[in-house]
Design a protein around this ligand. Structure first.
Ligand code: ATP
Ligand code: MG
Length: 594
């Protein structure tokens, strides 16, 4: 991480954690390190954990992974590999209500696709249910937990809040034996949901709400996707998580900032149970990206309300959506490295992600030609049936990409917007009487314009080509400023192209205005489907997910779901950063104002 990119989270504000020696921030140093690595290096220097580094990525299998998770994956797996340590994949599957096997499979496949490997270290919190239960029993025996028979609402009320003083549960002094017996009977399924819970006995007056006798176990009469009907009581996250970390010998438990207030509880369980391994919880700021939402619940809402076609809709910030859109794992990893890790929440501009993508695709995407909105061009001085072939390199600077032949024949297509009957100043594209270069081919001159009689719409151009300009340059050295992409009508293939724009119109769709829901900020023009595009013949049989730069238009990816042998479907991954188009637009506006 040598470079510091714009929008880096590292420029974030300081938080109270700055005064915390363990979770301190290192934003002031220009070093390519980060505060988490600083902690690890210090630990290694002191031979803490015998110098060992063990991290984990702990997803809850209740949705698909998104780019925020990718950040956590890159961080945990990245740190493990940097310090020759290990990184476990652990499914944090303690809530049977929302969890499903299909999510487990998609999470595994997304992590692999991102380029990380957990080897044989695949774990499930549900593997520890028996051990966790035994830990709970031990807490009761030590007088550190009790079965509470208040209702959910009563518990909430008794715990008070910032303004209201808490009251102890009438059950907090329940005799150990009674709690033990009740817990056993809870496990045996003797009670209905909500009849009892197991609570830690910590401090009902703690300023930290998490420490006010938190719930450890609750009754849930639900089938679990792995343990089936074996259990009808399930441990709460705070209890299961720290102990799972400990059981796996994790050294550094890296999580997001919202768990900062849970850290005392994390430590409390491990201290009270006197476990051998006491991992250190370290929090970092979660990734927020502009023009999108990141929480699984909100993403689920988008899917369920059909604002998008599914979790892998190319407009979604999910790993599967980004993948379908044409993002590469390298670009995502690179992005995660550039944004760095910080202790303060901030919002990263989605333009940075797109920048990382372009940078990667620029190197790996072959250049081809496709016309999105075709306009017919007849080359009057090229006889029917005559086909010229021009050699076109697949990459402008890397010869290892090789080249292909592009056919040039009497009828061609160019982009409709590359022709103007009445061109403004500084128009270098095609217009009546004007000359342009066809990329890799030759110079053509527009000699006639055919219009629809009724609508006056231009439907066809007649041009002549200069056979002396084969390859693109006229032998007399006359200057040709414009270069257009094109395809041969007969040789080209039909394709559908989907153009995507940001899913939301607001940088922060969650910013509440007039109490409106975030779906009110959805961009109604986030998807445009063009059905009769034409692409060059070399794209026949293009493989799903293969990526191309359509010259002058942007990067495109073969849609892995809808593209078949017969039907070519491309997703526009990202437009080119076409500064030229911007300059031209400004010029047009200036002309109009004159
Ligand atoms: P969400 O809030 O999107 O529903 P979550 O935190 O509930 O996500 P988990 O499956 O619990 O999802 O997350 C697995 C790991 O990924 C956790 O360690 C979590 O801290 C981390 N993570 C989740 N969202 C982000 C994010 N936006 N940025 C960085 N890390 C994240
Ligand atoms: Mg979570």
């Amino acid at each position: 991480m040598a470079r510091k990119a714009p929008n880096s989270e590292e420029s974030g504000k300081k938080t109270k954690a700055d005064s915390d020696p363990v979770n301190r921030d290192s934003t002031d140093t220009a070093a390519p390190s980060n505060f988490i690595k600083d902690i690890i290096e210090e630990d290694r220097k002191n031979n803490k954990n015998d110098g060992r580094v063990a991290t984990r990525f702990p997803p809850e299998p209740n949705g698909y992974l998104h780019i925020g998770h990718a950040k956590s994956i890159c961080l945990n797996f990245g740190i493990a590999s940097e310090y020759q340590g290990t990184c476990n994949l652990r499914f944090d599957d303690t809530n049977p209500t929302t969890e499903e096997v299909k999510y487990v499979e998609s999470i595994k496949s997304d992590i692999r696709w991102l380029g990380f490997d957990w080897g044989d270290r695949l774990y499930y919190a549900s593997d520890y249910f028996e051990k966790l239960y035994q830990y709970a029993v031990q807490l009761i025996k030590d007088g550190k937990a009790y079965v509470c028979s208040l209702s959910e609402d009563e518990i909430k009320d008794y715990r008070g809040d910032y303004y209201k003083k808490a009251r102890e549960s009438p059950y907090c002094s329940r005799p150990v034996d009674e709690s033990l017996e009740l817990l056993e009977r809870m496990r045996a399924g003797e009670f209905e949901e909500g009849a009892h819970v197991l609570r830690a006995k910590i401090d009902i007056n703690s300023p930290n709400m998490n420490m006010r006798d938190p719930i450890i176990y609750r009754i849930r009469k639900e089938r679990h996707h792995r343990t089936g009907d074996k259990w009808c009581i399930y441990p709460m996250y705070d209890f299961a998580h720290c102990l799972s970390d400990s059981l796996e010998g994790i050294t550094h438990s890296i999580c997001t900032l919202e768990f900062e207030d849970h850290r005392p509880l994390y430590d409390w369980f491990l201290d009270e149970l006197a476990v051998d391994c006491h991992p250190q919880q370290i929090e970092f700021a979660r990734l927020n990206l502009s023009y999108t939402v990141m929480s699984k619940r909100k993403l689920l809402e988008l899917v369920e309300q059909r604002h998008v076609s599914g979790w892998d809709d190319p407009r979604m910030p999910t790993v599967s959506g980004l993948r379908r859109r044409g993002y590469t794992p390298e670009s995502i990893r690179n992005f995660c490295e550039r944004i760095g890790v910080a202790k303060a929440d901030s919002m990263v501009d989605v333009a940075l992600l797109e920048y990382c993508l372009r940078e990667d695709l620029n190197e790996r995407a072959p250049r081809v030609m496709g016309v999105l909105r075709p306009l017919r061009v007849v080359i009057d001085n090229l006889p029917e049936g005559q086909v010229e072939e021009f050699d076109a390199p697949y990459h402008p600077t890397d010869p290892s990409f090789g080249s292909r032949k592009v056919p040039f024949s009497r009828v061609l297509y160019i982009e409709r917007e590359d022709f103007r009957e009445d061109p403004p100043g500084k128009w270098f594209r095609l217009a009546p009487g004007r000359e342009v270069r066809l990329r890799y081919a030759c110079i053509i001159k527009c000699v006639d314009v055919v219009k629809d009689e009724k609508t006056e719409e231009v439907v066809e151009l007649h041009c002549t080509w200069d056979p002396e300009s084969r390859g693109g340059n006229p032998p007399d050295g006359r200057k040709i400023k414009g270069t257009l992409h094109w395809v041969s009508a007969d040789h080209s293939l039909e394709a559908e192209v989907r153009l995507y724009d940001r899913l939301f119109t607001k940088a922060n769709p969650l910013e509440e205005k007039n109490g409106s829901d975030f779906t009110a900020q959805i961009n109604p023009e986030s998807l445009e489907i063009l059905k009769s595009c034409r692409v060059e013949p070399s794209l026949a049989g293009a493989k799903p997910e293969s990526k191309y730069q359509f010259e002058r238009l942007g990067y495109f990816c073969v849609d892995p779901v809808d593209s078949t042998g017969e039907r070519l479907v491309f997703n526009r991954t990202v437009p080119l950063r076409d500064t030229w188009a911007k300059i031209e637009k400004a010029q047009l506006e200036a002309d109009r104002r004159k």
